[in-house]
Design a binder for this molecule. Structure first.
Ligand SMILES: [Zn+2]
Length: 130
């Protein structure tokens, strides 16, 4: 099996994994830190996918055949990752405007001092990350 066939099979296997992994990571990213982490991971996956896409295109230009499917898969993978990234970024934005009540879990506006649901005092998280 040559290098480009390897790449093709890697793409085929990965595309399948990606759908599961992407939705799993997205649904698990429920707090601020995890969302940020998932965004970084997704950006990194996009870069990796572009790099592989480049290799496959390069191989095609150099005469390797049968890689059209691999190119399609890579493009679909980038699309999927971009969608996921957009969703995570939207979620991060939403997070910045709410404080979650540590007593009952209800989301309150950041300017509220007490939970609108249970009346508990809202802890103000330090916004000093980075
Ligand atoms: Zn509450």
């Amino acid at each position: 099996m040559n290098k480009f066939e390897d790449l093709f099979y890697e793409f085929k296997g990965k595309a399948k994994d990606m759908y599961g992994a992407a939705s799993k990571a997205t649904s698990e990213a429920v707090d601020y830190g995890k969302i940020r982490y998932a965004i970084k991971q997704t950006e990194w996956e996009i870069e990796k996918t572009y790099a592989k896409l480049g290799e496959v295109v390069y191989g095609t230009k150099k005469g390797a055949t049968g890689l059209e499917d691999a190119i399609d898969l890579a493009v679909a993978e980038v699309d999927l990752l971009q969608e996921k990234l957009a969703e995570l970024e939207a979620r991060l934005r939403a997070y910045k405007n709410v404080d979650k009540c540590s007593a009952c879990g209800k989301e309150n506006d950041t300017d509220a001092s007490f939970c609108s649901s249970c009346g508990a005092k809202l802890e103000k998280p330090e916004a000093t990350e980075e």
